[in-house]
Design a protein around this ligand. Structure first.
Ligand code: AMP
Ligand code: MG
Length: 344
């Protein structure tokens, strides 16, 4: 069974062909970073228009890359929630049109849940129940998963997502959008212990995250405390290159500590989970990947980290989860609608 996966929830237009839910035959991602760079973040209307222009050529490239034609497809999956409503509408409309024209099943999937599927692409099936961690630009959540399609959220951020915090910290340090990878680069050669930045615990049993306090602490560490008129005494340019590296490294260290702290609580509370599935753009961060490997080894967990190319938004994770849902008897019809919020 060949599944076409379509992803347009934010600023990546992506399509992929996946065989039997795990074998990736092609994956094409057109990023819009250059369109949004001058605004320092994603502009929804610009993103929507770019998706409209790109969706057909990207689907064509995915088909060509897999060496198949539309008639070979067995089903179509689309990320229909959560995300920016205009961008989602483009992907959902394209998926519906193709599924209706070809007379094949249409499956809507939750983008956040699809990130957890990314670590299953190309590999064997791990044991369930599993713990799931999604760390991305819009989400920081921990799940308990009975299967890839049956999952319950145990905790989520109460303010900013960790990727968003990375992006804001990068801006404060004078780095360009997208901030996360640029901050990781700057942090190389920095001392992670040079600044003690706060890690939110939110009570002793909470599995929720909070990154707003850390973000503010980072702002003050770089620019100093503002006076009564809101004026900051310094900018990032007043710091030496080494001082900026130290700040970036300390910030990154605090984010990673916050993530492993909550994962440890989740693992303690769910000792029957022997697998840890992870996904989302921030799982592309090498020090976080190293920390997750160390955590999993210490706890005896079977860790599934997505390949680097499947950490950020992509169509393969959508196709994979769509196939899984279809096998579980879940299918949508042409009433499938884009939804800005996650299912759980
Ligand atoms: P997503 O929301 O899944 O598309 O992921 C995008 C988010 O991941 C953005 O906030 C990026 O800054 C963040 N991100 C991507 N690569 C890295 C990295 N190497 N280190 C930290 N954050 C990253
Ligand atoms: Mg995402």
């Amino acid at each position: 069974m060949l599944t076409l996966g379509i992803e347009t929830s934010c600023d990546e237009t992506a399509a992929a062909i996946v065989e039997d839910g795990v074998s990736v035959r092609s994956s094409v991602v057109a990023s819009q970073h250059e369109l949004h760079a001058e605004y320092g973040g994603v502009v929804p209307e610009i993103a929507s228009r770019a998706h409209v222009e790109r969706i057909v050529p990207i689907v064509r490239l995915a088909l060509d890359g897999a060496g198949v034609s539309l008639g070979d497809l067995g089903s179509i999956g689309v990320g229909h929630r959560p995300g920016l409503i205009g961008p989602l509408l483009v992907g959902v409309s394209a998926a519906k049109s193709l599924a209706w024209t070809l007379g094949i099943p249409l499956i809507g999937v939750d983008h956040v849940h699809a990130h957890l599927y990314a670590g299953l692409l190309g590999g064997d099936r791990p044991a369930f129940p599993a713990l799931g961690l999604v760390v991305s630009g819009g989400h920081s959540s921990i799940y308990r998963m009975d299967s890839p399609t049956v999952l319950a959220r145990l905790g989520a951020t109460i303010d900013d997502a960790v990727g968003e915090a990375f992006d804001k910290a990068a801006t404060v340090l004078g780095l360009e959008h997208p901030g996360g990878p640029n901050l990781e680069r700057l942090a190389q050669g920095g001392d992670p212990k040079s600044h003690e930045l706060p890690i939110s615990r939110l009570g002793k049993d909470s599995l929720d995250f909070s990154f707003s306090g850390l973000k503010t602490a980072m702002l003050y560490a770089v620019r100093g405390r503002p006076d009564s008129s809101g004026h900051f005494p310094r900018t990032h340019e007043d710091h030496s290159e080494q001082a900026r590296r130290d700040l970036a490294s300390s910030f990154q260290h605090a984010c990673i500590s916050a993530i492993t702290l909550k994962l440890a609580r989740a693992a303690d509370a769910n000792p029957d989970c022997r697998t840890l599935l992870t996904g989302g753009g921030v799982t592309a961060n090498t020090p976080l990947r190293d920390a997750l490997r160390a955590f999993a080894e210490e706890r005896g967990l079977d860790l599934r980290l997505p390949e680097m190319r499947f950490c950020v938004d992509n169509g393969a994770m959508i196709a994979g989860l769509a196939h899984e849902r279809l096998c579980a008897g879940i299918e949508d019809d042409l009433t499938l609608a884009p939804v800005p919020t996650t299912a759980c």
